[in-house]
Design a protein around this ligand. Structure first.
Ligand code: AMP
Ligand code: MG
Length: 511
């Protein structure tokens, strides 16, 4: 039962019925031709289903039963194209680790089309790993099974944690091998996003001095994500403001769960404010503000505590790309620059406000006190010195808040006495709050997850799938990761930090 074969779906009566109803309603394909390249995915030899995200499918108005038929799997693998699909690869540029690349683009992804979800929001449905495109450069256009499983689990975990993110609608294996350091099984992920517009999409046009292209893109982004500013006399400045707000809040949310994105290049910075592009990402275990996961990030550019700086740097690049539009809005170059500076100056305060209010909730503080930021910081400093597990510290603090027993949380600190002195300050701060201990603990458990997809568990899932064709570990970890706040019996293994032997410090960027 533990094999990929078990999960494949062979012929079923449904597959002879009518075409699958995606209800595509495509808007990006209506934009000028130089925004993308039209092409169909490249077929694969033997597609087999790994998983369809039934709940997400339903929320998009799709029938999950149709997606698991032969016909559905063929579409999810790129072997056929659904009715109404207008497949295309999007053009974009980007700064990668600080270096500008004027043309990146979807080198291994193809947008199948857009659908309107039951929530009224327009969503992209995109295949990742669907074959070469005009933007592939030297790449093969494919994805290996491991990174597809990682993105599936981590993006769904992020969604369950309430953090804006692209989603995983489905994953299939291709039956073909992809050549990385070794030959690996290939897979295709179906990704859903509020859009795939990136800072790098704006840079693509700006770098060509294509002001018309930049304006068309900005108008498209406004209509799609920020329609309330469409009629504003300063709609481009408003657009920048809103993207800054979403990015500041997004990165603050990452910091609050110990998430390290790993590759915060401008082509991986979304205009909709979603977490996008799960490459060498991971959740940290022992708190270390300098933690880096990506093996290609030698300088620590995208280390945990550098993430707000990286986001702001990316937003400066966005502001640069928008300057010609600002100039028209403001009347002069000088005024345009001043406006951009003004907007960018709001990132830091917004990020810090979101971070502090998040840490207040994590600590069970529901009123504001001037000393709260320092209280949170002294806990983090002590966690760093004492190698305390980030997730467990906050979760066990919920139990400490419920009663007086701090033994579980203090045991996480190499020197438990360090916890005791912080806890004394925390308890005296709690006295200023009026809610009961029980109510405080309940609220804290809603914001402090017990389960995050720990990196060694994700690695174990990948190893089992790649080496033994065993997808049971994937199913089990996914089931845990999508209910992060629910303490269920028998799942201690998933809440336990890696032993030194299990510890996977680097997630290699062989995606
Ligand atoms: P990423 O690191 O996934 O954000 O990708 C950066 C750029 O490299 C994007 O333009 C991707 O489309 C492209 N890329 C990454 N992997 C491949 C691949 N296997 N084949 C073609 N292009 C790729
Ligand atoms: Mg990318």
């Amino acid at each position: 039962m533990n094999s990929l074969d078990h999960l494949s779906v062979t012929s079923s009566p449904d597959s002879r019925q009518n075409a699958i109803r995606f209800g595509f309603d495509n808007s990006y394909a209506r934009l000028p031709g130089h925004f993308y390249a039209r092409l169909v995915p490249t077929p694969v030899s033997s597609p087999r289903l790994i998983k369809v995200n039934a709940e997400l499918a339903r929320s998009l108005g799709l029938d999950p039963h149709e997606l698991v038929t032969d016909r559905g799997i063929n579409i999810l693998a790129g072997n056929s194209v659904g009715e109404g699909s207008e497949p295309l690869a999007m053009a974009y540029a980007g700064h990668q680790f600080g270096y500008f690349v004027p043309q990146l683009g979807d080198g291994r992804a193809i947008l199948l089309g857009e659908v309107i979800g039951l929530d009224g929001v327009r969503y992209d449905i995109q295949l990742k790993g669907s074959g070469p495109t005009p933007f592939s450069r030297r790449g093969d256009g494919r994805a290996a099974l491991g990174p597809v499983l990682r993105e599936y689990i981590v993006s769904e975990a992020m969604a369950a944690l309430g953090i804006p993110t692209t989603r995983a609608l489905a994953a299939v294996t291709t039956g073909d091998r992809v050549l990385r350091e070794t030959a690996l099984p290939g897979a295709v992920l179906t990704r859903v996003a509020a859009s795939h517009l990136r800072v790098g999409t704006f840079q693509y046009f700006a770098a060509q001095d294509d002001v018309d292209g930049t304006r068309i893109l900005a108008n498209y982004a406004i209509a799609r994500h920020y329609p309330e500013i469409a009629q504003s006399p300063r709609s481009y400045r408003n657009l920048l403001d809103r993207i800054i707000t979403r990015q500041a809040n997004l990165v603050a949310q990452w910091m609050l769960v110990g998430f390290i994105h790993g590759v915060m290049n401008t082509d991986n910075t979304s205009i909709s404010g979603e977490t996008i592009d799960y490459g060498p990402c991971a959740f940290m275990e022992a708190y270390d503000p300098d933690m880096v996961f990506s093996s290609i990030d030698r300088q620590g550019r995208y280390a945990y505590s550098n993430q707000p700086h990286a986001a702001q740097w990316n937003l400066v690049r966005l502001a640069e790309a928008l300057l010609p539009l600002f100039e028209q809005e403001e009347g002069s170059k000088e005024a345009a620059l001043a406006s951009a500076h003004d907007a960018l100056g709001s990132f830091g305060p917004q990020f810090e406000a979101a971070r502090i209010s998040g840490f207040r909730r994590k600590l069970g503080l529901f009123t504001e006190d001037d000393g709260d930021a320092a209280l949170a910081q002294s806990l983090l400093d002590s966690m760093a010195t004492n190698h305390a597990d980030f997730t467990l510290t906050f979760r066990r603090l919920c139990d400490a808040a419920a009663g007086a027993d701090d033994s579980a949380v203090r045991a996480l600190f190499a020197d438990p006495v360090a916890y005791d002195s912080w806890a004394a300050a925390w308890r005296s701060r709690l006295e200023k709050e009026s809610i009961t201990n029980e109510e405080r603990a309940t609220r804290m458990r809603r914001v402090n997850p017990i389960f995050i997809p720990r990196n060694h568990l994700v690695e174990a899932v990948i190893t089992a799938a790649v080496e033994k064709q065993d997808l049971q570990p994937f199913e089990r970890l996914l089931d845990v990761a999508v209910r992060p706040y629910e303490d269920r019996a028998g799942l201690e293994y998933y809440a336990t930090p890696a032993t030194p032997e299990q510890c996977v410090r680097e997630t290699f960027c062989g995606t």
